[in-house]
Write a protein that binds this ligand. Structure first.
Ligand SMILES: *Cc1c(COP(=O)(O)O)cnc(C)c1O
Ligand SMILES: [Zn+2]
Length: 437
């Protein structure tokens, strides 16, 4: 039996579209579109058989299964022909027991999933490989697509530029001027994308890219386009695989536009439906207090999204006031008995550097997740005996300015509790010896 998937309207109006159609919202009701899979052919394999197949492909080289995403391609995008896959063997990022940090946070069974140990330094690679592969196949089949475009807080554009360059497809990226790190700015420039730095915030860039992609020649690569979520959903599957198929009690994830938490939930639900796991973890969406519309809505029992003007935050990749995947995220949080927590600038910065002092190199978003964990532990929501996985969404090396400013005690609104500035000394033995103490 052939595997199959299609777009389905999230509002339940019943309308379906091919995943190779250029469509981002339901033409009948305006709802977002999710990719749905025909479960029947997938059920022909038992949970144990799927686990064995995924294990057998892990870290092999056979195209395209060596990728953490394409090793699970029947669940992700079964209609994409292997010859159209654009992959740099993303995924399989390490999950490790952060013992020293766990002890500090009062959760000794703490694990960290380092999604930043990836081709462009963030989890965005997991989704972009799927989107760009679909575009490659669409072009091969005669679609008039001339370029792919996205608005970005820095990591989406880096991933899009790299995968598009690899596929030979032109990329256009819209960035909020001065609101992405220097490392994130130089990534798409290096990969040959057309980089447009706009005098606005992410939400402003998003509005313009939606207008640009009304033209069928320019294909939208933002997470409104749910092809990316199909790749990103492998993160939860991979975490559980790495835990020898044991389900943790909690997964904590930094959240902005809310695509990633929706994707995480989607992959985990699929595992349960197809018999790979028997229970679900609880999820924590961690937001920066400066940009916390989901947290605000959670406080009101998820009554409705009230978009906010996102304030400046060190966690710049989640500086988003009007999250596209709000409805999807609420569904996921409800299905997983989820919790939303927020972290101030002071909390997220200190949490990131505290983690560094146990050997990590945490980005500010990972700081948001760790601070949320610390707060939920203090409130007793998360218990000492529980197994917690924190998703580290990007590599700390993308945020050098944050680290430098922290250790120079130059951050507004942060009391730098762990600052470790270098000592500048004359090249004199006695002075050096005295400074070491
Ligand atoms: C994109 C991104 C996020 C947020 O993911 P959403 O899907 O927008 O919620 C978090 N951290 C980093 C580093 C990111 O690049
Ligand atoms: Zn609809």
């Amino acid at each position: 039996m052939a595997y199959n998937s299609w777009y389905e309207c999230v509002r339940g109006c019943g309308r379906r579209y091919s995943i190779f159609e250029v469509v981002y919202r339901c033409e009948d009701c305006g709802g977002l579109l999710d990719v749905a899979h025909d479960l029947e052919p997938l059920q022909a394999r038992s949970g144990a058989e799927w686990r064995a197949l995924f294990e057998a492909r892990t870290r092999t080289t056979e195209w395209p299964y060596g990728s953490g995403v394409w090793g699970k391609m029947e669940w992700v995008a079964p209609q994409i022909a292997p010859k159209n896959v654009v992959s740099m063997y993303e995924g399989h990022s390490n999950l490790f027991r952060a013992r020293a940090l766990g002890v500090k946070l009062g959760v000794p069974d703490l694990w960290v999933k380092l999604c930043g140990n990836s081709h462009t330094g963030s989890f965005k690679d997991l989704g972009m490989t799927v989107l760009v592969s679909a575009v490659k196949q669409m072009i091969a089949e005669g679609a008039p697509i001339k370029a792919v475009a996205c608005a970005s807080t820095g990591d989406t554009s880096a991933a899009l530029a790299a995968y598009a360059a690899s596929a030979g497809i032109p990329a256009i990226v819209l960035l909020p001027k001065g609101k992405v790190s220097i490392e994130q700015l130089i990534q798409p420039i290096s990969n040959g994308a057309k980089v447009l730095s706009l005098d606005t915030d992410f939400d402003g860039c998003m509005r313009i890219v939606q207008q640009l992609t009304q033209e069928p020649e320019i294909y939208l690569a933002n997470s409104m386009n749910s092809l990316r979520m199909e790749g990103q959903k492998t993160v939860g599957i991979e975490i559980i695989q790495q835990l020898d198929w044991q389900v943790p009690d909690w997964i904590v994830i930094p959240s902005g536009n809310l695509g990633n938490i929706s994707a995480l939930g989607k992959g985990l639900l699929m595992m349960k439906e197809l018999g790979l796991i028997k229970r679900l973890p609880r999820l924590v969406a961690a937001q920066a207090a400066q940009a916390a519309p989901l947290y605000n809505s959670y406080q009101r029992g998820f009554d409705a999204l009230e978009p906010v003007q996102a304030g400046k935050t060190l966690a710049s990749a989640i500086q988003i006031g009007d999250p596209v995947s709000y409805e999807r995220a609420v569904k996921a949080l409800q299905a997983f008995d989820g919790v939303v927590e927020q972290a101030t600038e002071d909390e997220l910065a200190n949490a990131a550097v505290q983690a560094d002092q146990t050997g990590l190199y945490a980005c500010p978003h990972t700081g948001v997740a760790l601070a949320a964990l610390e707060k939920l532990r203090a409130k007793g929501v998360i218990r000492e005996s529980e197994r917690v996985v924190v998703i580290s969404t990007a590599h700390g090396l993308k945020f050098s300015r944050f680290k430098v400013d922290y250790h120079n005690r130059a951050l507004a609104e942060v009391a730098e509790r762990y600052a470790n500035p270098p000592l500048e000394l004359p090249a004199d033995y006695e002075t050096v010896r005295a400074a070491i103490g």
